[in-house]
Design a protein around this ligand. Structure first.
Ligand code: RIB
Length: 336
């Protein structure tokens, strides 16, 4: 029986040094994409099988867990990451955290760096272009749990909230107060969460039997500065709007700032609803009505699924909850 090909033969076929070929397997971040693809082609041609057992042993003992999200500056992610960190600490593990901004290239670079660190596994908020990266992680048998995203395939664990239902209950709340002209400040249309929330808004509009007019604007980023800008655009073009739903609390905070700049009372002149229920939402001058995502439970569950690696993957969608505070009320026309 022919003996299996060696890493030395892979290096020779690829025309690289033995060290470079080894780096492609163990420290891919040290190798250029072009060289890595040459070595991977040689591996495929020869049918080389890396000593996975050795790598898996090193990985299972690793105390590092990759946590790759959209933006650690967004309190939604930082509050969830704090819960992940607390859960991992019980097992003497700790997170290696990075932000992708939803950019597939940045995401691929961060994941490649983690591949070289022998992490126990990765908790990932995937970008819209994560398929290639997820395939690479799967080929290296790196455990992955998706965070803030439903499972992309069978056998993959994931935790998220029902974004569509969350947006639906936000619009239903404004409708029930008497608002008929509603604005929707959404994030970038390329972001899955924004797409799912739009579906909920549209579903609510249909259910209102045309009682509602809904105007959507897209903020460049899911942050307060973008929310402020979007709110000015919305109210300048549609002064009839009395209620605004923002796709996350950071956008809502910016929208509130814009309302005050226009001398609009909250909720006397304009009602505003957010999404997430970050800690600061309840501390604002006008505490924010919002749709709560259970950040702590989301983070804890993701970390638990990653460390436990259950025999059957679990795709868990938490139920969003409307938290009514002082930023919403019936429109002035409804108040006698
Ligand atoms: O990443 C943008 C938003 O999507 C966050 O604020 C949170 O709502 C997430 O689900």
């Amino acid at each position: 029986m022919k003996r299996p090909p060696s890493i030395r033969e892979v290096a020779q076929l690829a025309g690289v040094s033995l060290g470079t070929a080894s780096n492609v397997l163990n420290h891919p971040e040290r190798v250029s994409t072009a060289t890595r693809k040459k070595v991977e082609a040689a591996i495929d041609e020869l049918g080389f099988i890396p000593s996975e057992a050795g790598r898996r042993l090193r990985r299972v003992d690793s105390k590092l867990v990759g946590v790759i999200v959209f933006d650690v500056a967004n309190p939604f992610f930082s509050e969830a990451a704090s819960a992940i960190e607390a859960y991992l600490a019980q097992f003497s593990c700790f997170p290696v955290i990075g932000s992708t901004g939803g950019d597939p290239t940045r995401e691929a670079d961060l994941l490649r760096l983690l591949l070289g660190q022998e992490v126990r596994g990765i908790i990932l908020t995937p970008s819209s272009g994560a398929a290639e990266s997820l395939k690479l992680l799967s080929s290296r048998r790196i455990p992955v749990v998706l965070f803030d995203h439903p499972a992309l395939e069978d056998g993959m664990s994931a935790v998220s909230v029902d974004d569509t239902r969350g947006a639906e209950i936000a619009i239903e709340h404004l409708h029930s107060l008497g608002h008929r002209h509603i604005g929707f400040i959404n994030g970038s249309a390329r972001v899955r969460q924004a797409q799912a929330r739009r579906v909920g808004v549209e579903r609510s509009a249909r259910a209102s039997h045309n009682e509602l007019t809904l105007t959507e604007v897209h903020a460049a980023r899911f942050d307060a500065a973008s929310g402020e800008k979007a709110m000015h655009e919305l109210l300048t073009s549609h002064p009839e709007i009395t209620g605004v739903f923002c796709a996350n609390d950071s956008l809502a905070i910016g929208a509130m700032r814009a309302a005050r700049q226009r001398n609009l009372g909250i909720p006397q002149d304009i009602s505003i609803v957010g999404f997430d229920d970050i800690d600061v939402a309840r501390e604002l001058i006008t505490p924010l009505t919002t749709v709560r995502q259970p950040m702590t439970e989301l983070g804890t569950t993701a970390a638990q699924l990653l460390l436990e690696q259950p025999a059957h993957a679990q795709d868990i969608a938490f139920v969003p909850e409307l938290i009514v505070r002082e930023s919403t009320a019936p429109p002035r026309s409804w108040r006698i």
